[in-house]
Design a protein around this ligand. Structure first.
Ligand SMILES: [Ca+2]
Ligand SMILES: [Ca+2]
Length: 491
């Protein structure tokens, strides 16, 4: 009798296990590379056409004041995947891969935290910074259970469309390829769709990383047709905008592999670049749409949390530059959308949010144990009620000791030499008037400065690619000291 009972209990326990597991929501984690805040539902560029991202926001919660932790791929992705600020990781530059970098080499990424709690983890396209981890095929099973096999890479036309100076040789923009099917991101979406058609048993965490609108800004003709050049609205730019900046601001992007506004204007390429960037956004939106449709068609939608984010923003002429690498809104402000079980529908949250909040948020939404030692905070209160208070600002760090602090009203920047910027973004959304030297804002600055990160770790060994240091009063860009009389390059 006892044996029968025990056996019944065991059978029932075994039977209930898959049921319990199946009740855990899945996660589809959609990353977009270098997408600034030009998506339809954010309304920052009034002509941006992203119907699929807008539809996701309509069935979920859109964070309208979300910011990256670093305005550059590798440090931003390292931060959000480990849940730690750049000042904690010491990863500030394009290299090295954080897994080789003490003191965080052994930190569990969000993938590993989900894996250890019973999730199958899958990753396709660009999730870790390009090329990382280096040995997906054999050595990285501990990082992610299933990797997309190496994709064919970004297709390139035979000849560049735009003749750019050598130092910005990677940059190009124009109509290419002819069909969606010939672009790298199409393959990434197709891989994700296949996984959704035959998902792993039990709950899964599926990461899908798109590369557009990262340069080169290529897209098929139909996406350019969405943005006729004659009626294209250009971003707001003030000619003498840099006049009230401290010199230290220049050091954040001393040399860039992207063109400055001066070069674009002189070569009549400003408008074509803006148009190509918008076309690339609409192209990637179409690929996002294919994945969202596969989630719906597979019947997984009701039990799947979708989160969509971009790793940082992108300037298109504002403050005289294109690209990222700054602590201003254009570089830091990113789309962040959650949808699915546990998330309010059709909701917009204006509280500051940070990309590294995704780690604790997703863990909480999925009922996983909280991971100790994370720098971010769960957004679950705001996902239930967009008006729920939040005591923390959003903080962006670019190289050691340079931080931007964003609240609902203010942006405060403190550079490593102590120089400052302050903008009232409620009344000055372009961040044109630097108020930092006005004594009437001394208390505002003091309050904001209380949020400066506690850790300012030195760069990890072998840091390279956009690395800037300021030691013993000497500014050094990628190993070369910047002389006191040198001026910011203009091409
Ligand atoms: Ca990026
Ligand atoms: Ca200004």
């Amino acid at each position: 009798m006892l044996r029968t009972l025990l056996s019944l209990c065991l059978t029932s326990a075994l039977l209930s296990m898959p049921l319990v597991a199946a009740e855990k929501p899945n996660v589809v984690f959609i990353a977009i590379d270098d997408l600034n805040d030009w998506i339809g539902c954010l309304g920052v560029h009034p002509q941006a056409k992203t119907p699929n991202m807008d539809a996701l926001a309509a069935r979920g919660t859109l964070f309208t004041n979300a910011h990256c932790q670093a305005p550059l791929c590798n440090p931003s992705r390292t931060s959000l995947l480990t849940g730690l600020r750049p000042g904690t990781t010491g990863v500030y530059a394009l290299a090295p891969f954080f897994r080789t970098s003490a003191p965080i080499a052994d930190r569990d990424t969000i993938f590993q935290h989900f894996h250890k709690n019973g999730y199958a983890t899958l990753s396709g396209g660009k999730i870790f910074h390009g090329g990382y981890p280096p040995n997906k095929a054999d050595g990285d099973a501990e990082m992610v259970d299933t990797w997309m096999k190496k994709a064919r890479g970004m297709a390139k036309p035979g000849k560049k469309f735009v003749e750019t100076p050598a130092k910005i040789a990677l940059m190009d923009w124009g109509v290419f390829p002819e069909k969606d099917e010939d672009a790298f991101d199409y393959d990434v979406a197709s891989w994700a769709i296949d996984r959704l058609k035959s998902p792993p048993k039990g709950p899964f965490f599926l990461a899908v990383g798109f590369q557009h609108p990262h340069v080169p800004c290529y897209a098929p003709q139909k996406y350019f047709d969405l943005y006729p050049e004659a009626t294209l609205q250009m971003p707001g730019v003030k000619d003498d905008d840099r006049a009230d900046l401290p010199r230290f601001a220049d050091y954040m992007h001393w040399k860039l592999p992207e063109p400055r506004l001066k070069w674009l204007k002189e070569h009549n390429e400003w408008k074509p670049l803006v148009r190509a960037y918008l076309a690339s956004i609409s192209f990637v939106d179409a690929q996002v749409g294919r994945v969202l449709e596969a989630i719906r068609a597979s019947g997984l939608e009701k039990n799947t949390i979708v989160v969509l984010w971009s790793d940082h923003g992108w300037h298109l002429g504002e403050k005289g530059i294109t690209g990222k690498n700054s602590l201003w809104e254009r570089s830091t402000h990113v789309p962040l959308i959650f949808a699915g079980p546990g998330v309010a529908r059709g909701s917009k949250c204006h509280r500051p949010a940070e990309l590294l909040d995704m780690y604790p948020t997703l863990a909480e939404l999925c009922g996983l144990p909280a991971k100790a030692g994370l720098d971010g905070h769960s957004l679950v209160p705001q996902l239930k009620d967009a008006n729920a208070p939040r005591e923390w600002p959003a903080i962006t760090t670019h190289n050691r000791g340079n931080h931007g602090i964003r609240t609902e009203k203010w942006r405060y920047i403190r550079y490593a030499d102590g120089s400052e910027e302050l903008y009232d973004v409620e009344t000055d959304p372009h961040e044109w008037a630097n108020l930092a030297s006005d004594s009437k804002y001394a208390d505002v600055k003091k309050d904001l400065a209380k949020h400066l990160p506690k850790n300012d770790a030195p760069p990890v060994a072998k840091s390279s690619g956009r690395i800037f240091t300021f030691d013993n009063g000497v500014p050094v860009w990628e190993g070369q000291p910047i002389g006191p009389k040198e001026t910011l390059p203009e091409d």
